[in-house]
Structures are given as structure tokens and as C-alpha cells.
Design a protein around this ligand. Sequence first.
Ligand code: LLP
Length: 443
Amino acid sequence: MNARETLKINKKGHLEIGGADCVELTEKFGTPLYAFDEAYIRKMMRIYRDTLYNEYGEKGLVLYASKAFSCKAIYRIADEEKIGVDVVSGGELYTALRAGFPAEKIYMHGNNKLDYEIGEALDCKIGCIVADAYSEIDKIDAEAKKRGMKQKILLRINPGVEAHTHAFVQTATTDSKFGFSIQDGTAEKASIYALSKENVILEGYHCHIGSQIFEKQSFVIAVEKCMRFAADMKEKHGFVMQTLNLGGGYGIWYTDEDRKISPEGYAEYLQALISAVKEKAKENGLKLPYLLIEPGRSIVGEAGITLYTVGAIKEIPGIKTYVAVDGGMFDNPRYALYQSKYTPILANRANEECTEMVSIAGKCCESGDLIAVNVSLPKAKSGDILAVLSTGAYNYSMAMNYNRNLIPPCVLVKDGQAEYIVLPQTYQDLTRNDVIPTRLQKK
Ligand code: LLP
């Protein structure tokens, strides 16, 4: 197992997260269970925040990309750590506000924001909206006018950078539903359009090239292209970019095929971006923009694990052994969507040698409902506790009720003590919104 500071194996041979024995966690909270180490989350937020302030002065803000994991507690942590957040829907915005997160430190994204979402953002006096289409510029302008206000916006631009990641999580190649392309001139046209609007204030630009990216160079190239574009806009139209948001996307460790970056190591990604911004500002005669970054996965991903109980084990001689758990694609759809890889560990026998190659199956009625394929484990038996590592990002936030399975609860561990931050769903929750029309009611 990789030496990850949030995880340890204790004297009983049990896996620990944040100082809590995972077997004890499952005895107390049941399975499946998402468990998060608060110290790791805070450490990541601080590393980004301190690096930005130390290297760039307080002329910028770290935004936690809350799509990675959204619930009230995470917004409280982000607020306590004095960073901002980005939200991508009315639902995330509502959650942040209900957690008491200051609206002025919230940025709103999305490639097709709905009228009511824009209305909600304006009503709470959100810090900034990142516009992604002409129709959005129109809507923000109209809604701001109705309210007698001016709204700060950024335009999402697409620098056309090919980053090495799964196609579905790549966002800034020319064929993307996100952003105005620099290359084909739409970013320039959209800027002029936004500048012509009375009730929006164009502050600058946003770009996000994709997720789970390890190559620093991809980020640096994106910076270069954005800065070059900003220089063009200044030369051609006299528009001075005040703000540049460089998105998120830094990769994390899922298996030993991935690079293992220490929390401190992520500072280097930000340092590379900052150096590129400074260098390109100088080269292009631009003033230094207010700088934003939006890491999501790298803040919560390695901070979280999922704990399951092993159930049925199916050995198909000469083919495969399926170890089925009490979760599946309803708590982690990432294998089904992206063939993502994960590292499982038997949490109750974490010291034992791996002797078998197995696939971890979920309990949904779907052959593709797998969590990890061809992974090594000690010989598993029914009742074992299986931990899947690095599930803190895009697991709970992408969970669903397929087959009317219950979305697992989340606990937050601090100094070995765990508390709920998301309660278990109940069967009543599942049927809460179901309605039986009178004509179908049982007579
Ligand atoms: N900013 C914007 C505009 C984004 O679209 C994203 C992620 C982020 C920031 C945060 O990126 P991160 O630091 O987390 O890589 N469901 C996929 C990931 C989708 C990412 C979408 N955008 C997955 O499970 O891999």
C-alpha cells in the first residue's frame, strides 16, 4: 500500500483513516459508508491558499470546486479556511448558502444555467458568474437590469489545449460544449458582446482544461494562450483583463499507475501557473490579473474512502472471481462511466498479503456495475470490510438511487472521531416524492 498520510494500518491490522479504525467505523455507522479525513481536506485547502498568497500576494483566491463533493459541512470547512467556492447549479448554490457561506466568495459556472439559477445567483449577490454562452450574457444582463444592479462576470474561454485525460473529462479541446473558443474568434466576439451590455461587468476570463491531469505543461500552455488572448484584447479593443480564473484539474492517486503527489507537491502546480502568469504578463505588457484557481478532486479525492461489506463471492473457473459488495455504481459510477481504476484493501485484514486477482462488483442489476476490475486482494470472504481508496471526489456527488438503492451516508473524521456530515437515506426518502394519481390508488 502507498504511504498516504491519511491512511495507516494499526496494531490490529485494521485500516485507519484520520486516526479512526475503519472496522470500528463500520460497526458504528454501517456500510456502505463514505469516510473523509478532515485534516487532509484542510491541509490541501491551506496549501493552495498559502502558496497563492506567498507567491502572488493577496491578489487572488482559491475556489474549492464543490462539484467534487458538495454538502453543507464542506462549505463550512472552506469558509473556515478562508477560501472561496465554485458552484455549478442552483442546488450547489443553495447548499453553500444554507451552510452560511458568504455569497461574495461564490463563483457560478455551468454551460447552460437556467433562468431561475441566474435569478438565484443575482438575488444572493453572488461574487461572480462565469458566462458560457451568448444567451447567458443576455440573461444575466436582463436579470441584473430587472434588479437595478450590475453583475460581475467572467467569460469561459476555450484555449484548445489537449490534456492527457479521459475524453469525457477533457473540456478545452476545440470540440467541447464548454467555453468560447479563442482559436475560431468566438472568444473575442463574445467579449465585445459582453462589453456592450449595460448591466454586466466583464472582469476577465476563465478556463479549465480538464480533470485528472498530471502534466504541468498542459496548464502552463493554457496560461500562455489565455494571456496571449488577453493581450490581443487589450491591443485590439482596449479591454484590460482584471481577473483570470485558471480552473482546476490536478490529478490524484487512485492506483500505482498514477503519480503520487504529496500535499506539498500540489504547491508546485500552482507555482508553475503563477510563474507562467507573471512571465506572460511581463512579455505581453499586461498588468497582473486577480488570479483564481478551482481545485476540486485534489482537495477531497484522497481524503475520502468508501467502506463496504463483502457479500457474495463468485468464482468463475479460468475466468474471474467476482467479489460483490453492498454498494456499487449507485455510490461510485466512475468505473461504469470512465472505466476508472481504484485500489481496494481489506480493511479488517490490511496487513495480509494479496494472493488473488479479483473484480469488485456492485449490487445493481447491471453487468457493468463494477467498482474495480482485476485488482489484487488477500482471499476475501463474506463479511470482510472492503475499503476503496481515493473516493472522496466525484463519488458521493455523482451518487444516485438506481434500483432504489440508498445513497450511503458520509462521515467526517477528526482526531480519530467520526461524525455524520450526510445522514443515511431512508426508504421514506425514496418514496417522498412519489405520487399515486387517484385513479391508480388501491381501492
Ligand atoms: N472548474 C471547472 C470549471 C470544472 O469544470 C471542474 C471540473 C473543476 C474546476 C474542478 O476540477 P478538478 O480539480 O476536480 O479536476 N466527474 C468527473 C470529473 C468531472 C470534472 C468536471 N469539472 C470524474 O469523476 O472524473
